[in-house]
Design a protein around this ligand. Structure first.
Ligand code: ARG
Length: 457
């Protein structure tokens, strides 16, 4: 296929260099954005009298034809084209002849590709926002079913203090809610129109940048043409937002993988999200959660990849920037697929509340409450803490728990202990007296759920 720039050249391109230079294999994904941008540009050229109005409207119709033929599969992308911009322009010239050649007046592929990529990023961030909403709905709905599901909360993966499965789920809801704000801010960063920046130094033609920006749905136009063609911050912002989402999904995956093991047995994943083993007939493996965890590597890699591409680039456009797209495409695809799988995986998993409660009964997760009970009787907390530490050591040695020790056994450690200690170390009391705002008691979790409901979840 003819090169857009061949006029300057007498020799032909080295075949390997040609292949190396080509981006059509991946930027063809932006054909709709490219054509949409060209339609806005052509209309503006017409309305500004830069090209004849008739030519502008013929170019627009031909571009619309190319778009619908690509959508329907009637027209196929030529894999030998240099990039999507060359492909669309060549196709336009093939359909419309010489008049099509005025489309590129007052434009460069540099502002064109920046535009296409921003349009892509805006759509991608909007899609991810919707998927995050679906996941939040699934998490909050599940939490409503288990505010009574007492389980141990962990630190260092050691049983620590009582929480509920609902409280645990809502902790992840908080993470995904923060992700939403990062996605929105990446969307805002992408919402600036670079069209009209030209190659790097604007144009001598009387273009109307507001008109194209408005037609394409942008909130504003970039204020410096050199920045306009070389700014990829919006892509880095999007990649960071996507990395944080995948990181949160990965942490949640890790916990679900533990929770569905025989060791924990807190949840059972639906068969639809598991696979078996080729040799061990008993196996049901949480592959989807594991893959989501594993794919965090590539998503984080894409972020570092782009930052590294950008770090030494002089202004303005450099071909290095062609390396900006695949990472974002990949992170967007990976995170979207992970989000799409996660919502139904959470929805369909069954909770084993009995196993959670049994785990809560081992591990002295009420030890803080025992120390608190002494502290409430006037013992300074640090002293109460030490007394309880000795008491727990004794209980472990004698195969007892704080619930099964007798009052006499308690009184070996402090004569301030009385019958009320059994009420203090009762697990349900330990949970439900944690009524501090944001705490795990059923009352506090109901308040969290109410707040989620007010936000539409
Ligand atoms: N394929 C290029 C990219 O993705 C398009 C811009 C080409 N501009 C240039 N001056 N060669 O960045």
């Amino acid at each position: 296929m003819a090169k857009l720039w061949e006029g300057r050249f007498s020799g032909s391109q080295n075949a390997d260099a040609d292949a190396f230079n080509r981006s059509i294999a991946f930027d063809s994904r932006m054909y709709a954005q490219d054509i949409e941008g060209s339609i806005a540009h052509a209309s503006m050229l017409g309305s500004q009298g830069i090209i004849p109005q008739q030519d502008a409207s013929d170019i627009v119709s031909a571009l619309q034809g190319i778009l619908s033929d690509l959508d329907s599969g009637k027209l196929e992308i030529d894999p030998q084209a240099e990039d999507i911009h060359s492909f669309v322009e060549n196709e336009l010239v093939a359909r419309l002849g010489r008049r099509a050649k005025s489309l590129h007046t007052a434009r460069s592929r540099n502002d064109q590709v920046a535009l296409d990529f921003r349009l892509f990023a805006k759509q991608a961030m909007t899609d991810v926002q919707n998927l995050l909403e679906d996941l939040l709905k699934a998490i909050v709905a599940k939490a409503r079913t288990c505010t009574d599901a007492l389980m141990p909360g962990y630190t260092h993966l050691q049983r620590a203090q009582p929480v509920t499965y609902a409280h645990w789920l809502l902790a992840y809801a908080c993470m995904f809610e923060r992700d939403m704000t990062r996605v929105q801010s990446a969307l805002k960063a992408a919402d600036v129109c670079p069209l009209g920046s030209g190659a790097l130094a604007g144009t001598t033609f009387p273009i109307d940048r507001q008109e194209t920006a408005f037609a394409l749905g942008f909130g504003s136009v970039c204020s410096n043409s050199m920045d306009g063609v070389s700014d990829r911050d919006f892509a880095a912002d999007a990649l960071y937002a996507l990395s944080m989402i995948q990181t949160h999904l990965s942490r949640m995956s890790e916990e679900i993988i533990l929770q569905c093991s025989w060791e924990f047995g807190f949840v059972t994943l639906d068969d639809g999200f598991c696979t078996g083993s080729s040799i061990m007939p008993q196996k049901k493996n949480p592959d989807i959660a594991e893959l989501v965890r594993g794919k965090t590597g590539r998503v984080n890699g894409n972020l570092i990849g782009l930052l590294t591409v950008l770090k030494g680039l002089p202004l303005a456009y450099n071909k290095d920037m062609q390396e900006d797209k695949e990472g974002l495409f990949d992170s967007f695809d990976t995170v979207s697929t992970s989000l799409k799988l996660f919502a139904p995986m959470i929805e369909t998993m069954t909770l084993n509340k009995e196993a959670m409660r049994q785990a809560a009964q081992r591990g002295f997760i009420n030890a803080t409450d025992c120390a608190d009970a002494l502290a409430k009787k006037g013992v300074p907390f640090r002293e109460a803490y030490n007394i309880t530490g000795n008491l727990v050591r004794w209980a472990i040695g004698h195969g007892k728990t704080l619930e099964t020790m007798t009052l006499d056994e308690y009184r070996q450690f402090s004569d301030l202990f009385d019958e009320s200690i059994f009420d203090a170390v009762n697990l349900d009391n330990c949970l439900n007296r944690r009524t501090s705002a944001g705490g795990p008691s059923q009352q506090s979790v109901q308040a969290q759920l109410q707040a989620w409901q007010q936000k539409g979840y």
